[in-house]
Design a protein around this ligand. Structure first.
Ligand code: GLP
Length: 261
């Protein structure tokens, strides 16, 4: 796991966006895994800037989002479909037919989940997966005790996650109880993973993910099993790491050829 400590979320997001842009330049038909929540917003703003100012085209790119709320249609303002349209898709030259999210209104949930997994396979797998981190250590919506081998499926949100996400809804009780999410096994099959976490509220989850034991109690710790993960933290999210100085030193000493991106 490469741990990159940043002054602030702006620096972290610039670096993560540069890494993603580099991947798209290298492979114009890259398959990107995308995330929602407040954490990736600055990454998306940077990508939009790179698209506008440097002319980077996303026309060949395919995207797969991690998750969606069950019961929210794609036009519901709090759906992740709407989030992605608003914050990324409408600003880039992505082809709408190549942007995939799980269907929160699917009549038959297990079939929808199998279809989603199949679509990822048909696209050749995910080249680079962007992740945020839940305060309880979840990735996607894989709450604690999710199987580390899980695939796309229905999950029930913890009260903590519903509370954390209530700020996006008019009333706290409007937050759905159920979601569709890629599994941890699905995420681990991505060829490369970029995770961002900002703020003190993420410090414990970040420390558990990086330095804690591998455990389904801390779903993000499963990333320790992945050979190519880049973790971008701001100072507050790095606050509980015991080896922060070492990670800083490693990053500074890197030979140029090994630098991210
Ligand atoms: C939601 C999303 C996750 C995200 C997490 C953190 O639960 N499903 O993908 O990482 O929230 O959200 P935020 O970035 O707003 O802190």
């Amino acid at each position: 796991m490469e741990v990159i400590l940043n002054r602030d979320s702006a620096e972290a997001s610039r670096r993560a966006a540069a890494l993603i842009a580099h991947e798209v330049r290298r492979k114009p038909d890259t398959v990107l895994g995308l995330a929602t929540g407040s954490t990736p917003l600055q990454v998306y703003q940077n990508l939009i800037h790179i698209h506008r100012e440097e002319g980077l085209s996303f026309a060949g790119v395919t995207t797969f989002n991690l998750d969606e709320y069950i019961g929210l249609g794609m036009d519901h303002p709090q759906s992740y479909h709407a989030y992605m349209r608003e914050h990324l898709f409408r600003h880039l030259d992505l082809s709408p037919g190549k942007c995939h999210l799980p269907n929160g209104l699917a009549e038959h949930v297990p079939e929808e989940c199998d279809r989603y997994e199949q679509r990822i396979r048909d696209a050749g797998g995910i080249d680079l997966q962007l992740l945020g981190l839940g305060a309880d250590g979840h990735i996607g919506f894989n709450e604690p005790i999710s199987s580390l081998a899980s695939r796309t499926r229905i999950k029930t949100l913890t009260p903590r996650t519903r509370e954390d996400n209530a700020r996006f809804f008019e009333r706290a009780e409007d937050v759905p109880h159920h979601v569709l999410t890629m599994g941890i096994g699905t995420i681990l099959e991505s060829r490369r993973i970029v995770l961002l976490a900002f703020g003190e509220a993420k410090a414990k989850a970040a420390a558990n993910m990086i330095e804690g034991p591998l455990s389904a109690s801390n779903p993000a710790s499963a990333l320790q099993m992945h050979p190519r993960v880049h973790v971008f933290l701001d100072e507050a999210a790095a606050g509980l790491l015991t080896r922060a100085d070492y990670y800083r030193w490693v990053y500074e000493q890197k030979p140029d050829w090994q630098r991210t991106p």
